[in-house]
Design a protein around this ligand. Structure first.
Ligand code: RAM
Length: 330
């Protein structure tokens, strides 16, 4: 009798802890920094592709209007109430989201961060687009190239001041600037991934420094806005813009000469990889462990470090030679 009781208890516990039944639809929320950002729209395309490849998966593409942690916390609480199976979040703050995400995990929701990470205790793993050092150094290298052998002032126009990904890349740029002796890093300003604020901040940088030669904007919103400002004010050639951009949003700025080269990874693949990882964790097919690997489906595997973070792929440089081709894709 006693044994039976334990067996029954064991079975109930197994049910309680087991991932959802194999036949159920897996609902995965792609919670992005802000809506209306072409980069995340491309990631959503990838999420939908992964959903098709995986089978019974429903994607909820969501995010606040402005890139704030408060907006994301409200949405996390709603998603938990809705009983989604997984949340893949690009965070507006590494720490502010942790309590809400911890609560989500306590209720059985799988949580991963992608693109812009959450601190380790607020998620099961973190998918970096590319290795942080590679991105920071790539930004410096492009600025150094654009200075064309001269020494010159270079400023950074970032996204929000709390964005995990941009802050990590900026830290690398500050640490590694000595590798590029012609780059004189001056100030960092924040356009909050809003077109109008980024445009005004680009103006502020240029107005306040007549010697400014290059703006590095490690954000797809910032780089397009800065290049637009340079064009609108006939500053092409005087101030050059580089950083991380979406080819579809940058093609005209490459052609005008305002932004001759910039970098990015494939944002569609990033959404695909994040969705696949979230699915495999939510359905109990895989577990995130330090030193272990997780499947990104057709994109291969990501290897996790001690922080349970890992990079998808290296950044890729776009310029006049390849912009026509890639601007059709993302
Ligand atoms: C913006 C966002 C995103 C970042 C890209 C490069 O779209 O800030 O988080 O990865 O730029």
């Amino acid at each position: 009798m006693k044994h039976l009781k334990y067996l029954a208890l064991g079975a109930t516990m197994a049910l309680a802890f087991a991932a959802q039944p194999a036949s159920a639809t897996t609902t995965i929320a792609l919670l992005v920094k802000n809506l209306g950002n072409g980069f995340f729209d491309a990631a959503d395309k990838g999420a939908e592709q992964a959903a098709k490849d995986l089978g019974d998966v429903k994607i909820i593409y969501t995010g606040p209007t402005h890139a704030t942690p408060e907006g994301q916390i409200d949405i996390i609480n709603q998603l938990v109430a809705q009983k989604v199976n997984a949340i893949a979040v690009s965070a507006n703050d590494a720490d502010a989201l942790v309590p809400a995400l911890k609560k989500a995990m306590e209720r059985g929701v799988t949580v991963i961060s992608f693109d812009s990470g959450v601190s380790k205790d607020g998620r099961q793993m973190n998918l970096l687009a590319s290795a942080t050092d590679l991105i920071g150094d790539q930004c410096l290298k492009m600025a150094s190239d654009l200075l064309n052998g001269q020494k010159g002032d270079v400023a950074i126009l970032s996204a929000t001041s709390t964005a995990t990904n941009q802050n990590a890349w900026i830290d690398v740029m500050k640490k590694d600037v000595g590798k590029f002796p012609n780059v004189n890093l001056t100030s960092v300003v924040y356009g909050d991934d809003k077109q109008d604020k980024s445009y005004t901040e680009a103006k502020g940088l240029i107005d306040s420094n007549p010697n400014l030669k290059v703006i590095i904007a490690p954000t797809t919103v910032g780089i397009a806005a800065a290049a637009q400002y340079v064009e609108d004010n006939k500053l092409v050639g005087k101030v050059l813009v580089t950083g991380l951009g979406l080819p579809s949003e940058m093609i005209n700025h490459v052609k005008s000469g305002a932004a001759p080269q910039f970098a990015l990874w494939n944002p569609i693949d990033l959404g695909y990889a994040a969705t696949t990882i979230a699915y495999n964790l939510a359905t109990g097919k895989e577990k995130a462990t330090a030193g272990g690997e997780l499947s990104m489906g057709k994109l291969g595997k990501v290897k996790l470090d001690d922080d349970l973070s890992g990079p998808m792929a290296p950044p890729f440089v776009f310029d006049a030679k390849n912009i026509d081709e890639f601007s059709k894709v993302y």
